[in-house]
Design a binder for this molecule. Structure first.
Ligand SMILES: C[S@@+](CC[C@H](N)C(=O)[O-])C[C@H]1O[C@@H](n2cnc3c(N)ncnc32)[C@H](O)[C@@H]1O
Length: 371
């Protein structure tokens, strides 16, 4: 049996726990949540399964090795010896990301250059190639800490929140990985209805539909590992076929509404592209005009905050009104929302508890929910 590979699933702040829970559900070994992500280990099968099924991770790195280096020639000589041929085809353009802390080598530009040259040398090329615009490339990470350089290759390519179903453009939507993480943090498993009455492009509802229908978030996209010399297309196809066999029709209602007709149409088109249009419904409606819904389920929403609301609207007043509208339209439902500060969440008047500190588009936000 070949040596196991060591992986690191990068997550946004606060999503390490939900990502570890997803990996545990997949039955993987060596799971360890660290700041900014989760370590796990396995072979190519585990990498493909994680890429297909993880809803919360931003990208998955494979550790290529760690070397001690106090000067550039030492860095070059040690990096050359690592097994780059397992992951990179000769001639594949490289994009480097280097960081350095508490080390003699601090010039990150030169670290990146040295590592790229060493990789090219290891692959028998005269020099590393830089990617031209639109061309496939391999992203390589070099992280120096205490004179030890950890080298990793990215297996994902485009960030994993790009499931391949969302239209570009529109108002700043929630990242799919954040929406999936919020659903996990709330323990929503597809067994009770879900509604987002300020749904925008529908991210919560669409991620809920994928989860409830057991459609893997990575089933409709490609990955950087598909360019690796040891890519196994047969294995990938077998995993996709397995998914076809296990998917199911959600048994509960999954609904989104928004006052803006443009975003509602966009949510609908996203649902079609994601292949979940039969399981969700979207409507144009002001939250004030929603009919009382039954039976109880989960309301999860990302109300406007900060500048997105417009200068003429008083934010606290908006949240106060929202709390009343949600209580009326969703009696006995659990209510969860993202809010930039606890005072704003409190101004809804709902008995909200803080569940997690997260980030949405670089803005710190809290996830609050009623019991
Ligand atoms: C921050 S965005 C939600 C983004 C969404 N989570 C996504 O991923 O696209 C807030 C949404 O609230 C909607 N909205 C604001 N006031 C509303 C109201 N009174 N009734 C219904 N929708 C409202 C806006 O049109 C906007 O689409």
């Amino acid at each position: 049996m070949s040596e196991p590979l060591h992986f690191f699933a990068i997550t946004a702040p606060g999503l390490e726990g939900p990502c570890a829970a997803e990996l545990e559900q997949l039955g993987f070994a060596g799971i360890h949540a660290a700041g900014g992500g989760v370590e796990f280990s396995g072979g190519l099968r585990e990498l493909y399964l994680a890429s297909l099924h993880l809803g919360v991770a931003s990208r998955i790195l494979v550790r290529v090795g760690e070397v001690k280096a106090r000067d550039f020639p030492e860095l070059f000589q040690r990096v050359v010896r690592l097994p780059w041929g397992r992951f990179i085809r000769p001639g594949m353009p490289l994009q480097m990301r280097a960081v350095s802390h508490r080390s003699r080598l601090l010039h990150t530009g030169r670290i990146a250059e040295t590592v790229a040259e060493a990789i090219a040398h290891a692959l028998g090329q005269p020099a590393p190639a830089a990617p031209l615009s639109g061309e496939a490339f391999q992203l390589v990470f070099a992280r120096l800490d205490d004179d030890r350089c950890l080298l990793s290759v990215d297996s994902s390519g485009e960030l994993l929140h790009r499931r391949g179903y969302r239209e570009e453009g529109g108002a700043a939507p929630l990242r799919e990985t954040l929406a999936a993480g919020v659903l996990r943090l709330l323990g929503w498993d597809g067994s009770i209805p879900l509604a987002d009455p300020l749904c925008g492009s529908g991210t919560f509802v669409l991620e809920a539909a994928l989860l409830a229908a057991r459609r893997p978030p990575g089933g409709k996209r490609s990955f950087a590992f598909m360019h690796w010399p040891k890519y196994r297309p047969g294995l990938w196809q077998a995993l996709l076929s397995e998914v076809e066999r296990t998917q199911r029709q959600p048994a509960v209602s999954l609904t989104g509404s928004d006052r803006d007709a443009t975003v509602v149409a966009q949510a609908q088109r996203n649902a079609e592209r994601a292949g979940v249009a039969d399981f969700v419904s979207f409507a144009q409606c002001e939250v004030q005009q929603l009919q009382a819904a039954s039976p109880p389920g989960l309301v999860v929403t990302n109300p406007p905050y900060g500048s997105r609301l417009g200068a003429d609207v008083e934010l606290t007043q908006f949240y106060r009104r929202l709390g009343k509208d949600l209580s009326r339209a969703f009696p006995r439902w659990r209510v969860a929302l993202l809010a930039p500060d606890p005072d704003l969440a409190r101004s809804t008047g709902l008995p909200l508890q803080a569940i997690a500190r997260l980030e949405n588009g670089g803005i710190p936000v809290g996830l609050y929910a009623t019991p």
